[in-house]
Write a protein that binds this ligand. Structure first.
Ligand code: PEP
Length: 642
């Protein structure tokens, strides 16, 4: 149930973030205007320059889109769920303020594609915030759609797509999807007529008033049969003047062919005169509402072509029609017809170039993971025994004297759920204080996580107040026991003889022993590490028969690295692991040595585990401090997936 809830929440958030990011990126200027509206409502309107609000618009859309993709593919689950939660908390507060004070009418969450009232937006955000809390609480219950190795491709591909292909292209040309009431294909004549008849209409502020005579020509222009060019510039003072020649050419073309040409602007006379001076413009100017002009076209200046009152073309100043396009009459040229790229063709383009590659990549990734699983299963087939490296990879946690019963149970439960949702690529064991064992054994899925004690007595049973025997450990349901840890050797004076007894009793009771060896700092500095580990092995586990030795897991733990934050370098660790394997080979032969699991312990963390585990003789880790938090421990376990 929990997993289902997390994944429903993840899907809701992913869809909302992808949609919201996409529609904002499609219309970066529209999003910028909305950000400016917010700033004005907060009294900060004049303080923030335009380039900053435009950058904020592009960054916001990119962030939302990439977060949505990360949620969909379950990429960087912990980090992404935290960012989403913070973002949703901030957005919910912001929209509560909007709903209560109503400084702007529409929040702009989904651009012009879906306009919500402020209260609708607030309740929508409450739903999304709840989903974000669920996902943040159990991020690891979201199964990945793609392996970690390929996640960067998905993120970078999505980033390039949204930033360059969608936002960049929309900024350079015009929004690729136009959700405003002035999109190509709009019958302005009909819309305006309905407004005049008193119907609710988005064209209430659309008017064209000749600046020279003050005459309103809206009706004439919209009712005119044939073509009309409208150059649109909310503010001529800020208009891009790099394409003046192209504009003048279009104007001349319209004169030659008898098509009316007007410039619609909200500029003052001064602005219009300035434009006339720099461009030599001879076309008539009309006054229009500046918000309406910004809504009509996201380009300053931009060009519109009307045919019989219908908008049939829109051009940004960056891609105006050129000389070759302007030959012959519009009636017979391609330019004079509605464009062939419909919404459906644009959606198809996105499906082909964005969605399909990601689907193919996901399929290839899953196929590869599946074939890896098959290869592994084949390797475990007894018929292929000679090819198999038998030794098991293990990550074992040593909780030491930490956590009361309740905290320990909570941690074990969290780990249990986490690893059930995202199966490890190695054996996992948790070794806990005695008092936790029986309770944890009740719910732990021991096919995934083995349970062990941190010690057991060197006596079978009897009057040994305070001791816990191997048999008792086994009776809790535990399968493992750590023996010979340096802290027990040092603080409780456990000698090789005592350890020999403990190992025998543990094995007699069917416990698997994780046997620790390792040198002190002084011994390492004296170059005696090999000597020390050899003596520790010879004094205890090297007394076992080959059959019993095969059941032992060795943990090499340099004492100077335990709990100190100092880690042996991967090379140092590999060197001594190889040495340990070589002396096992001397004692029991190559086959046993090859099959013996040798773990490294000592300040092992998620950050250094991959490098350590990549070494040929390091078969995993015995983890102290970092096993006390599920996320940290999981990070180390995941090192086997890299
Ligand atoms: C340990 O005590 O077994 C150990 C490796 O501790 P830490 O990881 O905290 O260094």
């Amino acid at each position: 149930m929990k997993k289902l809830a997390v994944n429903i929440a993840r899907l809701i958030l992913a869809v909302a973030f992808i949609l919201s990011g996409f529609v904002k990126a499609v219309d970066p200027l529209g999003t910028q205007y909305k950000i400016q509206d917010y700033l004005v409502a907060m009294g900060l309107g004049r303080l923030i320059p335009d380039f900053m609000t435009l950058s904020a618009s592009v960054l916001l859309s990119t962030l939302e889109f990439i977060l949505g993709i990360c949620l969909l593919f379950a990429i960087r689950r912990r980090m992404v769920s935290k960012i989403v939660l913070v973002l949703m908390a901030a957005m919910t507060l912001l929209t509560l303020w909007l709903a209560l004070t109503d400084p702007i009418s529409d929040c702009g969450c989904f651009g012009d594609a879906l306009v919500l009232t402020n209260w609708q937006t607030f309740w929508k955000n409450i739903v999304l915030l709840t989903a974000a809390v669920i996902v943040w609480r159990y991020p690891l219950l979201m199964p990945r759609l793609i392996g970690e190795a390929n996640q960067w491709i998905v993120m970078n591909y999505s980033g390039v797509f949204i930033l360059l292909v969608i936002a960049g292209r929309s900024l350079y040309t015009l929004p690729q999807f136009d959700f405003r009431p002035y999109h190509v294909g709009t019958n302005l004549r009909q819309g305006w007529q309905r407004m005049m008849e008193g119907e609710d209409s988005p064209y209430a502020e659309f008017f064209m008033e000749l600046t020279d005579e003050g005459e309103d020509i809206t009706e004439d222009v919209l009712n005119r049969e044939g073509y009309t060019f409208l150059l649109v510039s909310p503010h001529l003072e800020q208009a891009d003047d790099s394409q003046l020649d192209a504009l003048n050419q279009i104007y001349e073309y319209s004169l030659d062919n008898g098509y009316p040409f007007y410039c619609l602007t909200a500029s003052t006379e001064k602005g219009i005169n300035h434009w006339r001076n720099i461009t030599g413009a001879e076309y008539p100017f009309c006054n229009t509402d500046d918000i309406t002009l910004k809504t009509i076209i996201r380009s300053n200046p931009g060009l519109l072509l009307l045919k019989n009152g219908v908008i049939i073309r829109k051009w940004s100043h960056n891609n105006l029609p050129d000389e070759q396009d302007l030959t012959g009459e519009l009636e017979t040229s391609e330019l004079g017809q509605l464009p062939s790229d419909t919404v459906a063709t644009k959606i198809l383009w996105i499906l082909t170039w964005f969605v399909l590659p990601l689907v193919l990549l996901t399929l290839a990734d899953r196929l590869w993971a599946w074939s890896g699983w098959l290869r592994k299963r084949n390797n475990n087939n007894p018929l292929n025994k000679e090819k198999v490296i038998m030794r098991k990879k293990i990550v074992a946690g040593n909780w030491k004297m930490n956590m009361n019963l309740q905290d320990g149970i909570a941690l074990a439960k969290e780990l249990n759920e986490t690893l059930k949702a995202d199966k490890p690529n190695c054996g996992v064991v948790i070794c806990t204080p005695f008092i936790h064992l029986a309770s944890i054994a009740q719910f732990l899925d021991q096919d995934i996580i083995g349970l062990g004690a941190e010690n057991c007595a060197d006596k079978e049973k009897g009057a040994f107040t305070g001791e816990v025997s191997a048999e008792m450990v086994k009776s809790t349901g535990a399968q493992y026991v750590i023996l010979g840890h340096s802290e027990r050797r040092e603080y409780y004076k456990e000698t090789p003889e005592i350890l020999k007894e403990k190992v025998l009793l543990a094995q007699k009771n069917g416990l698997k022993v994780i046997f620790c060896i390792g040198e002190s700092l002084a011994e390492r500095e004296a170059g005696k590490q090999n000597e020390v580990v050899k003596a520790e092995l010879e004094g205890s586990v090297f007394n076992l028969s080959e059959e019993d030795f095969r059941k032992i897991v060795i943990a090499y733990e340099p004492i100077w690295a335990i709990g100190t934050g100092k880690t042996a370098t991967a090379e140092q660790a590999e060197e001594i692991h190889a040495y340990i394997r070589s002396i096992i080979a001397e004692k029991y032969g190559n086959a046993v040595a090859e099959d013996t699991t040798i773990l490294y312990g000592g300040s092992c963390k998620a950050s250094n585990a991959p490098e350590l585990f990549a070494k040929p003789d390091i078969d995993g880790g015995l983890i102290g401090g970092a096993s006390l938090k599920c996320a940290d421990f999981k990070g180390i376990i995941d090192a086997w997936k890299k």
